[in-house]
Every structure is written in C-alpha cells, then in structure tokens.
Design a protein around this ligand. Structure first.
Ligand code: PHE
Length: 498
C-alpha cells in the first residue's frame, strides 16, 4: 500500500453556511425519510426513538467529530490522509486499510442508493398523474371481478397493469390473495395495500424505466461533482437544502392539520420500554450511523475542505442536531397520515412506496408530488457525498481530474446499479454488507484510530482542549469499540443463525 504523500486540497468550502448545507445535505437523506420512519414503526415508535437519540449522542457524534478532525488535519482524501498520518507519526501502515474500507463502503452504498433514488424519481410523475387516487375504487372493482380473466377487466383498471407482479393475479385470472395465518394458507379479499403494493412491484419491475431514472439521477450527480467542491457540491446543497426544509415544513403543517396528529404524537412521544429488545438497540445504533453518514469516511472527506476558522465540535453538534430534527419531523409528516387512514405503522421498507401513496391518493395531487420531490432532493445531496469519497481519492492518488474521475466512477456505478435493477435481491445483500457491517465496523475503527493511534496534540489542535475532548476520547477509546463489536457480532449472528 505504499504510495506518495500527496499535496493537500486546494478547493475549500466557500462559506460556513455552504459547508453546513453540504454536511446536513449528506446526513439528511433516504435514511431520514425512508429508513427512520419504517424502522421506528417496526420497533414500536417512541421507545426506539429514545434509544436512537442516545445512540446519536454516544456513538454518532464522537465519530462525526473524529472524522472531521482527521479530515481537516489531513487536507486530503481519506486514504491519502491516513497515509500522511501513518507516515508522519510512524504508525502501522495497515491503518490505510481503514480508508479503503470506507471508500468501498461508500461506493457500495452509492451503487444501490441511486437505484432507490431512481424509484423515488419515478414516483414523482406518478404522483402528478393522480394515479394513486383510483386505488380505493379499483380495489372494489377488483374484488367484484374475482374469478374473471385479466383480459376481461384490463380496460377498466388504470392504476396497475394486472401483471404477474400482483399478488391477486394468478395465471391470467384475478384471484383472492393467499396469506399465511398460523402456518396455514388462507385466502382473503384484495386490499388497497395489495393494489398499491402491486403498483410498486410493477414500477420496480419495469427495468427499462427504472434504469432511465437511475441513470438520470446518476448523471446529475456526476455533473455536480465534476464542477468541484465550491462550485458543485456546495452550490447544489445551498439551493436544494433550503428548498427541502421549506417543503418539509409545509408537509408537516398539512399532515398535522389534516392528519391524525394526536395518534402520531402518542405513537412517537410516549415511550413503552416493555417493547424494547436487544434488536431494538441494534436497529437504533445502525440507524444512527447510517443517518449521520459516519463510518464510511464521507465526513472525513468533507472535513478535508474545512477551513481553520470552523469550530468542529460546534458544527458537528449542529449537523447531528439538524439530521435528528429532520428524522423526527419526517415522523410527524408521515405518521399522522398513516394513522388517519388506518394504515399499518409497521409497514416496513414499503412504508414510503406502498403505504404513503394510498394516503396521497386521497389528498390533493400535489401533496404526493411535493413529498417525493423533497425526498429526491435529500437523496441527491447524500448521494453526491458518497461518490465524492471516490472522486476525491482519484484526484489525490491517481491525479485523475474531477471531470474524468466523476464520469469514470459514474460508469462503474451504473454497471452495479444495472445488476441491482435486474436482480432486486442483491440490494438487500449490499445494504446488509455496507449498512449493517461496514459502517459500524468503520465507526469502531475510526474510534480506535483517533482514540489510541493518533497523537493527542492533533486532536487538541482540531477539537480544542476543553472537557469535551476528554469525554469524546473516553467514548472513542472504550465505549464505541466495545459496543460496536458486540453489535456487529450479534447483528451477523442474527442474520445468519437468528
Ligand atoms: N446519511 C445518508 C441518509 O440518511 C446516507 C449516507 C450514509 C450518506 C453514509 C453518506 C454516508 O440517507
């Protein structure tokens, strides 16, 4: 892994506002709008949220500070920074491997993140078309047509194509839906959820269309990254994030006025700790890493563009605070709607794409369109941060300019994305490997590296010398490595033997 210690970055954030927008933009993404609500919903709501908040403070925030600190100290891409620190301080070169782990995790995350973003993109025109508003009436029609052939009612159904992706279509005939109850298969009527689920399955099954939206999303990423840090990433974030916040607040106000605010508030704010299991804790810690974008050297990379005047502890708190605020606010935009329409709050990963469209179908068309647009903006500013890890590395280590680097990496990512589009189950594996294994592992390694290997004077220079440094060091040295190791072992055990 030998290589030259390259010169520092010349590009920097243009302003503190710009940096904050870019950093908040990286953190706030599908993790907040898609992953957080469904994970909270599946894990009982408020008790999960309390544990999540504690995880952000104990695990997420210290690693975030460490990533910014090392990044700014190095002024280079993550791998180049680790090479510089290990060379200058005469430390084992094996630590450079941590940078590789982060870069691979980021690219792996990116490769499927853009496919999910492609689904979000696809749902914007679908929302505008008003298709969701026919779910209820067409469900009735479908139930009345059980036993008939698809061909005979196809012309009356507009929301789905009655393909084999629908649970209620079998051999070209409309059937009741088979469901397992206590180990036995029973047949039940078709629900609105089945119709919405079918639409989602048909959307993701339309490979050419998803490829088009994914490629378009990727192309926008490449264009922004090619324009550099100040002129690309920062400018995009300065425009998209404020627009995101305005839309989100509008949606929350709408949801709280027209939705079941009391139901959502009691679900989100009255903790019931009897429902907490070890898996709840695992889910909360994993979500904290994912949502704050820590553990994969993304914030390491963004830290390299920080100017000396910026206070890292203050800004890390601000970014973590804003990310957590958006997750909670997203809960308040989504759960009042879920409860008002009697939908299942534990709807799982489909919450965003299956459950919400049912509710959007009963509201003015633009509400759904606004929601998916804001989700796309959030996903975009997160995706660019993931790809920047690779672009920055190519720039430093291979002297490949940003334009060429972004295009080249983009093409490689498109090849991966195409594989997921054709084999959807690969997304689950990539998500598990990157999200559940690599991010926490990266977080623990960053904790050990910053806490035990990096000389203290470097951290003092970057983070200041107050009492907070002792606390951060305590967490980085002991609490984080020990807990994360436990979490990783149990997470992998549950996956394969649980
Ligand atoms: N934090 C992003 C989100 O919530 C995802 C992400 C993870 C981005 C890791 C960068 C690094 O969607």
């Amino acid at each position: 892994m030998a290589g030259p210690v390259v010169a520092g970055k010349s590009d920097h954030w243009g302003s503190r506002f710009g940096f904050i927008m870019a950093a908040v933009g990286s953190s706030v993404g599908l993790g907040n709008l898609w992953r957080f609500p469904f994970t909270a919903g599946e894990n009982g709501g408020s008790a999960f949220i309390v544990i999540y908040l504690i995880s952000v403070l104990i695990f997420g925030l210290p690693v975030l500070m460490a990533e910014y600190a090392l990044g700014r100290h190095g002024q280079r891409s993550s791998i180049a920074t680790l090479r510089k620190i290990t060379t200058e301080e005469n430390k084992p070169k094996a630590w450079i491997g941590m940078g590789w782990l982060g870069a691979i995790a980021s690219l792996l995350l990116f490769s499927f993140y853009i496919v999910i973003s492609g689904w979000v993109f696809d749902y914007i025109p679908q929302s505008f078309s008003g298709a969701f508003s026919n779910f209820a009436s067409e469900t009735e029609l479908l139930n009345a047509s059980i036993g008939q052939t698809v061909a005979s009612i196809n012309s009356q159904i507009t929301t789905v194509h009655l393909s084999s992706a629908c649970a209620f279509v079998s051999d070209g005939v409309i059937t009741q839906v088979p469901e397992m109850v206590n180990g036995e298969e029973v047949l039940r009527d078709i629900t609105v959820g089945d119709v919405s689920g079918c639409r989602f399955a048909e959307t993701t099954g339309n490979k050419l269309e998803i490829f088009f939206y994914t490629a378009a999303f990727l192309a926008l990423n490449v264009i922004i990254l090619a324009r550099g840090v100040k002129g690309g990433i920062e400018r995009a974030a300065e425009i998209l994030m404020p627009a995101f916040f305005i839309m989100l607040l509008g949606l929350v106000v709408y949801a709280c006025i027209f939705g079941d605010f009391a139901g959502a508030a009691s679900f989100l704010l009255t903790p019931d700790f009897t429902k907490v299991t070890f898996n709840t804790v695992l889910a909360a810690v994993g979500q904290a890493f994912f949502s704050l974008s820590v553990g994969s050297c993304v914030m390491f990379t963004y830290g390299a563009y920080l100017t000396r005047e910026t206070s890292i502890p203050k800004n890390a708190c601000l970014v973590a605070g804003a990310d957590t605020f958006v997750a909670l606010i997203a809960g308040f935009a989504i759960f009042p709607i879920v409860f008002a329409f009697g939908l299942n709050e534990a709807g799982g990963p489909g919450l965003l794409f299956v459950t919400l469209p049912i509710a959007f179908g009963q509201m003015p068309t633009f509400i759904g369109a606004v929601f998916f647009t804001l989700a796309l903006f959030a996903a975009f500013t997160s995706a660019i941060s993931l790809l920047e890890v690779g672009v920055s590395w190519l720039e430093d280590q291979k002297s490949i300019g940003r334009v060429k680097g972004a295009i080249g990496l983009g093409l490689v990512m498109l090849a991966f994305a195409t594989a997921y589009i054709f084999r959807g189950d690969l997304i689950d594996h990539a998500d598990f490997l990157s999200g559940t294994v690599m991010l926490p592992l990266g977080g623990a390694l960053i904790g050990i590296f910053a806490g035990w290997v990096v000389p203290r004077h470097i951290l003092e220079k970057e983070l200041g010398t107050g009492k907070h440094l002792q606390l951060v060091l305590l967490l980085l040295r002991f609490i984080i490595p020990v807990f994360i190791t436990l979490i990783l072992i149990s997470g992998i055990y549950t996956k394969f033997f649980g």
